[in-house]
Design a protein around this ligand. Structure first.
Ligand code: FEO
Length: 394
């Protein structure tokens, strides 16, 4: 994609990764690709804010060449060291070995551990400002959004916030602004991104937004490092981040199960009917047939998470263990939960699921429901009631 002017004398010079389907290993399925956004600010001091993944550095340099000779860049701002944003750094620096590189204290440490060379780093902290000419860049440290080194850059004269990973989405599109895309799709990808990447840092997200509000920064545009730029709806994504960060939930339940001979599946379907009878919105997932990231996304605004498995070898079906491990790391907040499942000659799945849910901080609101071998009509009626009772608690 060619360079695009996003504000007067500020150009998107990043790269679009249409093909990527697994982001940083297999933990995030980027079904719609992603972008690595880098921004070139033209002023007396020509400044590049963020870089791109190593595989796309030539594309970024070609984009820069459409605007200026890359050797004319004076400053480089590294808002975040993760290689999707800094991987192209060594190649870029071949053009500008003497450029000043601005980053946080943790950023400098991480850069030295990634790229080893002798570069001219300058550490900046919250409130520090560099003057580019007509424009200035103010820095706001944002540790853990997404790594300890992360920071935001803000161009006051343009009311432009460049928060790197925050407010991003893994979404490749030939149209780079929110109002040029289907907003439902953009929001859905932003939600998936938040749930699967930023959920564990929710208290920090809330604190950071409060800090920005206190700083009275005027924000007309948010240009993150992944996906679509918020030109028309920056307020909407800030509002959503506040909701997600605060753990706001709906009358909604996610039911995640796996099954050997369909007994647990039949239980799940009756429990879902019981939940629905109480007006609860429900999403049902057979974990071995589902995309893990989509399940996690649906948990973000759900009050309840119900997890079910047949017992195999005195424990749960391994796919469920994967899901629960993933969920535990993401530290969901403000959730209730329960477990159920069928067993044969020995139990174990429900107890082990309950243990994991508790360790995740999910409040168990009902004793686990277990059924031997195949549910009878009465068992299924009990399942319906079980779902109904949880529905009342949601
Ligand atoms: Fe997009 Fe934390 O890297």
């Amino acid at each position: 994609m060619p360079a695009i002017e996003i504000k007067k004398n500020v150009y998107w010079v990043g790269a679009t990764d249409w093909d990527i389907r697994n982001f940083h290993g297999p933990s995030y399925h980027t079904n719609k690709g992603t972008t690595y956004n880098a921004y070139l600010v033209i002023d007396e001091k020509i400044t590049l804010i963020d870089i791109v993944d190593v595989h796309f550095v030539d594309e970024m340099i070609e984009n820069i060449k459409q605007i200026i000779d890359p050797s004319k860049i004076d400053y480089v701002v590294v808002n975040h060291v993760e290689p999707d944003h800094s991987g192209g750094f060594p190649k870029l620096m071949e053009y500008i070995p003497n450029a000043k590189v601005f980053c946080s204290k943790n950023g400098k440490d991480a850069m030295k551990h990634h790229y080893f060379g002798d570069y001219e780093y300058e550490i900046v902290k919250t409130g520090d400002v560099i003057v580019l000419g007509e424009k200035t860049v103010k820095f706001i440290e944002a540790p853990m959004l997404h790594w300890p080194d992360s920071m935001f850059s803000y161009i006051e004269e343009l009311s432009l916030l460049m928060p790197n990973d925050a407010f991003g989405q893994h979404l490749a599109s030939s149209k780079i602004f929110d109002d040029e895309n289907d907003m439902c799709e953009v929001m859905e990808e932003a939600k998936k991104y938040y749930a699967n990447i930023l959920m564990p840092f929710s208290p920090l997200v809330v604190k950071k937004i409060e800090e920005i509000i206190k700083m009275e920064l005027k924000i007309e545009m948010i240009a993150p490092s992944h996906g679509i730029i918020w030109r028309s709806h920056p307020d909407k994504i800030i509002e959503k981040y506040m909701e997600w960060g605060q753990g706001k939930v709906k009358r909604k339940a996610v039911v995640v199960y796996d099954t050997m001979w369909n007994s647990t599946e039949r239980m799940a379907r009756k429990i879902v009917d019981g939940l629905i009878s109480e007006g609860v919105e429900v999403r049902l997932y057979k974990v071995s047939e589902s995309d893990m990231n989509n399940i996690i996304t649906e948990t973000l605004d759900s009050k309840a998470i119900l997890v079910a498995s047949s017992t195999i070898n005195n424990t749960m079906i391994p796919h469920l263990a994967h899901f629960l491990e993933e969920l535990m790391g993401l530290k969901p907040r403000n959730k209730i939960g329960a477990s159920f499942g069928s067993y044969g000659w020995g139990r174990g799945a429900v107890a082990n699921i309950e243990k994991k849910l508790k360790e995740t901080g999910i409040e168990l609101v009902k004793k686990g429901l277990e059924i031997k071998y195949v549910p009878t009509d009465e068992d299924l009626r009990n399942c319906f009631e079980y779902g109904k009772e949880i529905g009342k608690l949601i």
